[in-house]
Design a protein around this ligand. Sequence first.
Ligand SMILES: Cc1ncc(COP(=O)(O)O)c(C=O)c1O
Length: 524
Amino acid sequence: MGVKHLVLDVNIIIDWWLNVGSAEATHSLIETARQRKNNRLWVVASSIPILDFVARRAFKQHGKTPKETQQIVARLIEQLLEDVQVLSNHGFEQADVYKVAENFEDAQITAALRSLPKGQVRIITENTDFDHLGEVETLTPQAGLAWVTGETTLTGSIPFIDLATQQACLRPQLERSIEGVLRHGQYIMGSEVSLLEAKLVAYTGAKHCITVASGTEALLISLMALGISAGDEVITTPFTFVATAEVVVLLGAKPVFVDIEPDTCNINARLIEAAITDKTKAIIPVSMYGQPADMDEINAIADKYNLPVIEDAAQSFGATYKGRKSCNLSTIGCTSFFPSKPLGCYGDGGAIFTNDAVIAQACKEIRVHGQSRRYYHTRVGVGGRMDTLQCAIVLAKLARFDWEVEQRIAIGQRYNQLMDEAGIQRVQQRNDRTSVFAQYTVLVDNRVEAEILFREAKIPTAVHYPVPLNEQPAYQHLCCTDCTPIAKDRAQRVMSLPMGADLNEIDQAKATEILSVNKQTPAT
Ligand SMILES: Cc1ncc(COP(=O)(O)O)c(C=O)c1O
C-alpha cells in the first residue's frame, strides 16, 4: 500500500560522504530508491546544518583547508538535495518528543516524521536511540535496501483516495508555496491567483480562466454570466452530483433531465434534441467519473439551436477528448478543486474556462459581487473568489500532475483488464477520449452484499450516486421521475473502488477478488 518513505539520518550520510562504515550499502540504497517510483528519500531540514557542521569538521581533520572544505561540503549538500527531498520541522515545538528524546536532533527528526503517512516510514540509521521513542521503525542501510526491494507490502487499510501519500511526495513544494503566501500576506487575490489562472490557461488551451470559490460556484457564476433566470430551462443529466442541477434551480430556472448512456453513464447526446423547447437556454453535460461526454455531437445540436454548452468538468480536469483538454471543449468549462478531485486543493476551489472574452469578463465581475471597478456594481454578483492559499496549493500540486494523470490512466486501464478477466461489469471508456478516473466505477447486482465484503476486507467503497436527481425529494416536483430508466438502474448498481495515482497493483487485485467472490453471492 502506498509509497515507502526513507528518512536518512545524519550519521548515515556522513559515513557515505567519507566512504566509511555502511557507505556502500547507503550508496546502493539511495541508487535503488531513486529508481523506484514507489519510494521517497528524505532528509529532515534540521539535519542539514548538522550535516554541514559535522562534515566540515571531518574534512578538516582529513587535512583539507577551510576553503577546500567549504567547497567540498557545499557540493556534497547540493548533490544530496538532488536525490532526496527536504522534510520540514514546522510545529516541532508542539510535539512532545523533545522531552523524552536523547537529544534535540533525534527529537526534530522524529517530530518531522509525523507529517508522513504512518506505517510507511523508516529512519535509515545506525542509531538505536530512535527505537526507544517508539514512534518510527529504524533500519540500517542494508535492511533499508531489503525493505525497498522486498515484496513486502505495507500494512494498514487502503484509503479510498490516498491524499496522504500525495501530500508526502509534494511536501516541500506545498510548504514553499504556502510559506510564500504567509510571507506576502495577500490572502485575497494575491499573486498566486493570477499565476494559477495563467498556468491553467496554458494547460487547457482555453483563452481565459477565472478561479472561483468551488465547482458549484463555477457553475452558478457561468449560468449567471449567460443570463439564465426564472422560467428558463437547462438540459442536463440526472446522474451527477447535485450541484449540477442545484445551481439551475437556485436561479429560478428548471433542470430538464435527459437519460444517460448505459455504458459510459454520460448524458446520451442522441436524446438531447427531443428535450429542447423555446425555453431551453443552455445544455450542461457532465464529464462523469472523469470522462468527457460526446462533446462534438452535443456542440453540434447546441449550434443548431444557438445554445451555449457548459461542460461540468468537476471530475475530469486533465482528461482529453479527441486530443483537446477537458474544460476547453465547449462554450464554458467548469471544474472543481475539491480535495478528492483529480486536481484538488486543501479546501474549496474551482475554475471557469472559456474562449469568449465577453463571458470571461462577466464571470470575473460576478465573482466579485458584480463589480466592474471598486465599489461600482454593474451587475448582481456573488462573493465567489478562490482564496490565495488554495491557489498556492493547486500551484504546488501541478508539480506532479502530469505524472498523476498518466498514472491514473494506467491504473484505470489495469483495473479494466482485471474486471474484464473476472467478468465484472464496469463503466466503459471510449477510444477517442481519456478518462482521469476521478472514480473507478463498476456495476454490481447485489451492492449491499458487496459493500459488506469490502467492509470486512477493510477496503473502502463509495456510491456515485445512489439516487438520480429527478428522484431526489427536493427536485422530483420539478421534473418527470420515471423518464430516465438507465440512470435509475445505474444508481442502484454503481460502486466506486479505491482510486488514485499511488494505488498499487496488489490492492487493485484485492478489490477485484472481492468482486469475484461477490459475483457468486446470491442477492438478498
Ligand atoms: C459533477 C460535479 N459537479 C459539481 C461539483 C461541485 O464541486 P464543488 O464540490 O467544488 O462545489 C462536483 C463535486 O463534487 C461534481 O462532482
